[in-house]
Design a protein around this ligand. Sequence first.
Ligand code: B16
Ligand code: MG
Length: 229
Amino acid sequence: MSHPNSSSRSSTIKAVIFDLDGVLVDTARYHDQAWEELATGFGYALTEADRHALKGRSRADSLEYILEQAGWEDADPAQKSRWLQAKNARYLELVEGLTPHDAAEGAQDLLVQLREAGIKLALGSASQNATKVLSKIGMEGAFDSVVDGTRTTRSKPDPQVFEMAASDLGLDPKDCLVIEDAPAGIQAALAGGFRTIGLGDPVVLAQAHRVVASLKELSLDQGHVLFEI
Ligand code: B16
Ligand code: MG
């Protein structure tokens, strides 16, 4: 049975748009840790559901979400700004030691295979630290388009980040595949008319056209059919 979001005629994709944190590199855990330390300061313990909800959201939206959960939504804007700076400073400390060895398993091979197959590559990340992280893992210059939190004005689950990437590439969303680890990212891609692969838990990412546990499962050696969703 086809996915409810599948078009009746599937065609081979022309571009893959990669999320960064949690897809190309396991920095999602560093975002989690930095938010957890901050929230502990309010006396709020992040839950597993909070972690999933925070993934893929912008820094400012993430803080609003946590403050709402903690009952602190009326916090002073100047204090919010200090918290955002503190969270980012902690995140930057945590990613400081990243090297190309920290790239997700199978990521580098997949980028090379896609490039050799003539498929365009883009990054679609909410992070304002994306170029720094890309450079640390040796992926600067690997993409035809980089859309990150320094370019977007709307946070996932809004499709803006992926729409900008498709526009940069001159492609229609239906010809692009988005690979995401966050429910908000899958929702964003579906809202924009993209095809989707979720990376992670099939229950959490049930809305995706397909879910894999590792990028290694997406080798083109297994045939282009993998991308004909
Ligand atoms: P920053 P992605 C997202 O990156 C993260 O998933 C999310 O947890 C984070 O809050 C957001 O970037 C903003 O990151 O604070 O570095 O600007 O998954 O969209 O690549
Ligand atoms: Mg992510």
